[in-house]
Design a binder for this molecule. Sequence first.
Ligand SMILES: Nc1nc2c(c(=O)[nH]1)N[C@H]1C(S)=C(S)[C@@H](COP(=O)(O)OP(=O)(O)OC[C@H]3O[C@@H](n4cnc5c(=O)[nH]c(N)nc54)[C@H](O)[C@@H]3O)O[C@H]1N2
Ligand SMILES: Nc1nc2c(c(=O)[nH]1)N[C@H]1C(S)=C(S)[C@@H](COP(=O)(O)OP(=O)(O)OC[C@H]3O[C@@H](n4cnc5c(=O)[nH]c(N)nc54)[C@H](O)[C@@H]3O)O[C@H]1N2
Ligand code: SF4
Ligand SMILES: [Mo]
Length: 730
Amino acid sequence: MTLSPSSRVVQAVCPHDCPDTCALHVTVSEGRVVRVAGDPEHPTTHGALCTKVSRYAERTYHPERVLTPLKRVGPKGGSNGLGRFEPVGWDEALDDIAARLKSIAARDPQAILPYSYAGTMGLVQGEGMAARFWHRLGASFLDRTICSNAGGEALAATYGGKVGMHVEHFAESRLILIWGSNPITSSVHFWNYAQQAKRAGARLVCIDPRRSETAEKCHQHIALLPGADGALALALMHELIRHDRLDHDYIERHVEGFEKLRERALAWTPERAAAVCGIDAGVIVELAREYGSARPAAIRLNYGMQRVHGGGNAVRLIALLPCLVGAWRHRAGGMLLSASGWFRGARRDGWLQRPDLLESVYGPPAEGRRPRTINMSTIGDDLLRESSPAFGPRVEAVVVYNSNPVAVAPESAKVARGFAREDLFTVVLEHFLTDTADHADYVLPATTQLEHWDAHGAYGHVYAMLNRPAIAPLGQARSNAEVFRQLARRMGFTEPCFDDSDETMALGAFDPSRVKLDELGRKGWSRLAIGEAPFANGDFPTPSGKALVDAPGLGVPDYVPNYESLLSSPELAARYPLAMISPPARNFLNSSFVNVPSLRAAEGEPVLEMHEGDAAARGIADGDLVSIFNDRGRTLARAVVGDGGGSGGGKGGGAGRHARARPGVVHGLGVWWRKYGRDGTNVNQLTHQRLTDIGRAPSFYDCLVQVERAADPAAVPVAGGGSAVAAAAD
Ligand SMILES: Nc1nc2c(c(=O)[nH]1)N[C@H]1C(S)=C(S)[C@@H](COP(=O)(O)OP(=O)(O)OC[C@H]3O[C@@H](n4cnc5c(=O)[nH]c(N)nc54)[C@H](O)[C@@H]3O)O[C@H]1N2
Ligand SMILES: Nc1nc2c(c(=O)[nH]1)N[C@H]1C(S)=C(S)[C@@H](COP(=O)(O)OP(=O)(O)OC[C@H]3O[C@@H](n4cnc5c(=O)[nH]c(N)nc54)[C@H](O)[C@@H]3O)O[C@H]1N2
Ligand code: SF4
Ligand SMILES: [Mo]
């Protein structure tokens, strides 16, 4: 590629919900982005990006970008799930939206609900100016639980915050347990360190029901049943205790309540846990021996394993393992689930979000009044609820940004029904006409990360990051912050904080006493000052500095069975005998990128991975169209059949693309837009809204289904988002 002499490189940040939070070099030539690459100097990015974000220019210049405000002209979600819109001017749209919000707020601002998640993780375009706006308005709080809350609260209950090892140090570990995580898909920069360790002789063990891309590259894959991780952790402790592979000194000095844990673990023999996990007891005995003797041993835990009823308890148990063997003494030992807690205090949250503005509606904090809270994970039920003293007012307006709830929230038939309510006023700030935007009264064109300022923390490393705009907003796109700033004016909010520019907010996002702002400005990133082996001497951010077994209000962690499984709900399992998990497809990021042609082509169509025995019993062959169903609904997918390695503990390597599922478990890879599904649905048609034991999070991977062959009328057209979008934007 020849670049014009005027081309320049802009320092940016990947905004996506991914632990790696890469530093980007965006090359701009003649006002157009021609290349998005990894910053070679950034220690964890080291010049590499995942496939998805290497295609960022393709996403940004996508012909279906929404580039003008759109107003609905047809029924919500249309007759076929697609919305019909016509372009309107910004002033007309914002005037009308402000008037509608004002009239609802005059009755009760809690009838207005913001719905947002991590489409961008930016501190400005996420909950920055938007949070100021919602606080000043007094709208309902949104409990942002959809992803990490079970594990996050569990980790904080154990260690006082979301803290752990530095990702770089995994390169020096001797044994790495990759537990409930598929880093080749979802955290490729961690995988780079794991490979360095492997080359230096470390052993890699993957604990995952699915023979994932990662599992097949580890030395060992333990294919346990979904939701059995707590039992496995207890049995590992049982073995560590019985064979006295404990670091007594570390436990004595840095763990509170070990005796209670010991008592519980001794009840979990490998045989008992093996029955729950659906693996051989010998695998557990051997793993405990390795974990108890390898120095240093590290655990890369990730959120994939906490999307089940007992996800919180399981994380608490696994998080305690490094204390038992004293793994924290070495910088390459311990565990990492999330590093986001290191940014606590480094971010200026109070200034960015201004929770004090609530006072203008609810009075001084002393009075203790607060708006009601709605859990984003039960949005399906909550949009359909009437007013009641327990619930509060019926939701009359929803403003969605950085999220696509109609596709990603559980039990999506209900979510879609809620968003289809004709009496619900819905505004969606988006790049594309997603399944959610299809249900909007107004769609407002949002800038992408290449077009706006932002600042970022991270949850997989400890670098504060700064994103500069590389190009001017495309079309009439405006940043989220700009939209809320302009709405604030129209609502009559006069506080000076509503005048702060995006740039002011991005440059002011971090506390100068904690982040070197000059370095941040110069390089685009700056490392927080945190010790190499931060817990070598305890010093956990708990009140006592010790790790907590018996956490306040939670008791001693235990194995909590799934809501839906053969063991816990045999009657349900008689009708729906297969456990379905729905982890991400490699080329998508949640429901983002599903509409990028090259990435969608790489995924083909929605698939269901099945074991050959389960398929044969149902007369299903590889490549057949199948219907997956339970009491909540039905969805169609293409069967990918193979032998996933039987009872677990098999050696990795050699397994091909068609060999991912163990018996009894199926994988419906996510998260497709519903409108790209053959019948206008996706896997969330099958998931439920029951919450995890800790953290009020969804149990996406705790889900029983049945599968049958479906007629395959090859002629059935796949509903494409394209046509409706083109019609709308014309
Ligand atoms: N390419 C890509 N990258 C992503 C994402 C994406 O959608 N696509 N999503 C991003 C987001 S939002 C997040 S939260 C992270 C998630 O990143 P991770 O936490 O690593 O999660 P996943 O890759 O969803 O799942 C990891 C693995 O958990 C397994 N798993 C499912 N149930 C269980 C269980 O009960 N026990 C155990 N031990 N394993 C289980 C799945 O089979 C999967 O292989 O990734 C981020 N990165
Ligand atoms: N069945 C099943 N369901 C799941 C999961 C699963 O594994 N299985 N994973 C769950 C997890 S871990 C998560 S985190 C959630 C994720 O759910 P969401 O946070 O809703 O993530 P996305 O689906 O990526 O949708 C983000 C949207 O934000 C938009 N966006 C991006 N940047 C901006 C911006 O700057 N401004 C505006 N206005 N919009 C922007 C994107 O275009 C995209 O449509 O899904 C959950 N749902
Ligand atoms: S999605 Fe993750 S791996 Fe890909 S560029 Fe963004 S931060 Fe890096
Ligand atoms: Mo997530």
